[in-house]
Design a protein around this ligand. Structure first.
Ligand code: DQA
Length: 149
């Protein structure tokens, strides 16, 4: 039987629109457009539709999550610095009750102390960090296999 096409919502948080020029020694030179293109390609290969958005505002990310919640079967999120302190975003992820995967380009455990804590971790089914842009593809594959084992 043909597998159902899954819908994956990808949310990128603050400052990730500047990927490519932002602190390349930490985040590399790949742009967000290239990351999204790679995710869409990988999604298509694995039978998933990907919708990707970047927002700098906390409320804007939460509004998108609410608006897309019935379309999406799963969520991939790099919440940027909101990862470390946004209980509002954490509650929104919990509220929509989608399987969610956390992604970070850098290894947040090995950076400044304030980055070591993720307040969204407990509402996500997994996390990929420190693998640069390739981490998004890995996170997508792992998320899809959680939804559709
Ligand atoms: C990040 C890590 C965060 O600490 C930082 O605020 C970001 C990017 C990452 O992808 O490594 O904006 O989420």
């Amino acid at each position: 039987m043909k597998k159902k096409t899954l819908n994956i919502l990808v949310l990128h948080g603050p400052n990730l629109n500047l990927l490519g020029e932002r602190d390349p020694s930490v985040y590399g030179t790949t742009t967000l457009v290239e990351i999204d293109r790679g995710l869409k390609r990988e999604g298509a290969r694995l039978g998933a539709r990907v919708r990707a958005f970047q927002r700098n505002g906390e409320g804007e990310l939460i509004d998108l999550l609410h608006a897309q919640r019935r379309w999406a079967d799963g969520l991939l999120i790099n919440a940027g610095a909101y990862t470390h302190y946004s209980y509002a975003l954490r509650d929104a992820i919990a509220a929509v009750a989608l399987p969610a995967f956390e992604v970070h380009l850098s290894d947040i455990r090995k950076r400044e102390a304030f980055r070591r804590k993720s307040v969204i971790r407990s509402v996500c089914v997994g996390c990929v960090m420190g693998k640069g842009p390739a981490g998004y593809g890995e996170a997508l594959r792992r998320l899809l296999s959680r939804i559709r084992p």
